[in-house]
Write a protein that binds this ligand. Structure first.
Ligand SMILES: NC(=O)c1ccc[n+]([C@@H]2O[C@H](COP(=O)([O-])OP(=O)(O)OC[C@H]3O[C@@H](n4cnc5c(N)ncnc54)[C@H](OP(=O)(O)O)[C@@H]3O)[C@@H](O)[C@H]2O)c1
Length: 181
């Protein structure tokens, strides 16, 4: 196997102007207004471009608290060191490292994966240099406090903008890749 071959991993999430993906209790009600406007924000195109999903147990448990499993039939790797129950046949609960999982995903045929979050797992993925693209919806809201897009880390990462779109609601879609790509 070519050891450097790995899937594209795109952190696709919505973030407040002050860098939070959820309020302090993990809620995402700050997004409701933008979802109710009926705009797709490019989600359908993005969703059809990926063939695997990655998330941390915080994101997984919160999403199941809000609604029944919505991951569709795409395989989804959920990181947890606890013995969580898979919510659907395509859900794989894993205690492996990010590097091991990304290699497993490649072996399983995944070439583009949606890194759903959250901030804790994102920082682990950044530590291993595994996030290849950031596709973020910058939401015109300031939360003041909450769950950050990334946990603090000591590694800087220069990026370059590859696309942007301003939506009538004031939400701005931003796509960044690493500057050396
Ligand atoms: N706005 C958005 O678009 C958006 C997107 C995604 C998520 N969210 C929100 O973000 C919140 C969750 O984010 P979060 O940062 O608290 O949690 P998270 O990153 O989703 O999950 C972190 C948990 O994953 C487990 N884990 C296993 N291996 C890990 C590793 N190598 N590195 C890091 N964690 C690992 C740990 O729990 P155990 O091992 O104990 O299970 C850890 O506490 C939710 O409230 C969700 O609603 C918002």
């Amino acid at each position: 196997m070519n050891e450097t071959a790995r899937p594209e991993i795109i952190y696709y999430a919505a973030v407040s102007l002050d860098g939070y993906i959820a309020d302090p209790g993990g809620g995402v009600e700050f997004l409701d207004r933008y979802m109710q406007l009926g705009e797709d924000y490019g989600f359908s195109n993005f969703e059809s471009s990926i063939n695997g999903i990655i998330m941390g147990s915080g994101t997984y448990e919160k999403s199941l608290e809000l609604a029944p499993w919505s991951g569709g039939d795409k395989p989804c790797w959920v990181f947890s060191l606890r013995n969580l129950k898979p919510a659907a046949p395509g859900v794989i609960i894993t205690s492996n490292t990010p590097e091991q999982v990304v290699d497993e995903m490649y072996e399983a045929g995944v070439r583009r994966a949606w890194f759903m979050g959250g901030g804790k797992l994102a920082s682990s993925f950044r530590r291993f240099d595994l996030l290849t693209e950031y596709n973020l919806a910058l939401v015109p809201e300031i939360l003041g406090e909450g769950i950050p897009l990334f946990e603090p880390s000591d590694t800087a990462e220069p990026l370059h903008l590859i696309d942007s779109k301003v939506h009538p609601s004031g939400l701005v879609q931003l796509r960044y890749r690493r500057r050396d790509d």
